[in-house]
Design a protein around this ligand. Structure first.
Ligand code: GYE
Length: 313
């Protein structure tokens, strides 16, 4: 199995890589050829071509961004090697260029987070106040960015009293999240109510920048409310401390899911073309414990140390 991984940009990614490596281990009967693309699509194209040359049985691709895969996936198809897409999605003209995809519903993640924010501000008596928001986006063109930004934009548009002050990519990294937040704070620090970070590592960087600039993070009026995605161990620990007020899950444990697909293919069975992972969400307190999107209820669980200790990542 050849696995082309996006990079090592986040805690989420580390958990994802570990899940893949421990599943596709020699003990389990696999030979895994792992390639870290350092967030560059050109490296992924090279990796896939190397996998084809090495005549692997399966190619697993975690694509950095959605577009630009048609040619290389056609090459894999011509070589008769099934390609399983994991985590982020590809945008291809012909769906037969990949065998199956498993990952998250990133738009739903964004919608859940923004529905939580709406209910939270309402509960705090701030439903009619002017609210200024910042969106620190993920890697532009990555499904995780596209879906989470859509959830953000649609919610801002639906509120006359919400304004987007800044919207900029933090590349899903802590360093870039901090750098971007520093510059936004210089321009409009006093006006910011909410910072929506599209992953935990950006949130860690943003929180450092906010504190260094002399502002307080938290969910009360006068503080800067930080939201995040991934629910990594470190992210939930900062949720417990109240520095992140809401953290929406993105589950990285894809190894066993990809293995199930491969086992079915080996047995000649059909596999789902696309499969979404079920995900939850956590908040620093119990102000809002449920949101409803398109008629479906989703729990928002107040985080505790017990919950953090009991989680697999
Ligand atoms: O949220 C982020 C990572 O694609 C879901 O990529 C993934 C995202 C995740 O770098 O931390």
């Amino acid at each position: 199995v050849g696995f082309s991984q996006v990079g090592a940009e986040s805690d989420w990614r580390t958990a994802n890589t570990e899940s893949m490596k421990s599943t596709f281990s020699e003990d389990n009967g696999y030979e895994l050829i792992f390639d870290d693309a350092q967030q560059k699509q050109e490296n992924q194209l090279t990796a896939i071509r190397n996998f084809i040359q090495q005549e692997v049985d399966y190619i697993v691709l975690a694509p950095v961004t959605e577009t630009g895969w048609d040619t290389v996936l056609q090459e894999a198809k011509d070589a008769g090697i099934p390609v399983i897409i994991v985590d982020r999605m590809v945008d291809v003209s012909d769906d037969s260029l990949y065998t199956a995809w498993v990952g998250s519903n990133f738009k739903l993640e964004g919608q859940k987070a923004m529905a939580w924010l709406d209910a939270y501000l309402e509960a705090k008596g701030r439903g009619d106040e002017e609210i200024n928001l910042v969106d620190i986006q993920g890697t532009i063109g990555a499904s995780a960015q596209i879906g989470r930004t859509e959830g953000f934009d649609e919610a801002v548009e639906a509120h006359d009293n919400w304004t987007t002050l800044a919207q900029q990519s933090g590349e899903f990294t802590q360093a870039k999240g901090q750098e971007v937040m520093e510059s936004i704070l210089k321009q409009s620090g006093d006006d910011i109510d909410v910072v929506y970070c599209e992953n935990d590592n950006e949130a860690f960087g943003a929180i450092d920048a906010i504190k260094a600039a002399g502002y307080e993070v938290g969910g009360e009026e006068g503080q800067i409310l930080v939201m995040s995605f991934d629910t990594t161990n470190a992210g939930l620990t900062q949720t417990l401390s109240g520095e992140i007020t809401c953290d929406t899950e993105c589950n990285p444990l894809h190894g066993p899911r990809v293995e199930e697909i491969i086992q079915k293919l080996e047995a000649g069975e059909d596999v789902d073309k696309q499969a979404f992972v079920d995900e939850v969400a956590f908040a620093s307190d119990d102000t809002v414990t449920k949101v409803t999107i398109d008629g479906t209820d989703y729990d928002i669980t107040p985080i505790t140390q017990e919950i953090i200790d009991g989680r697999a990542y």
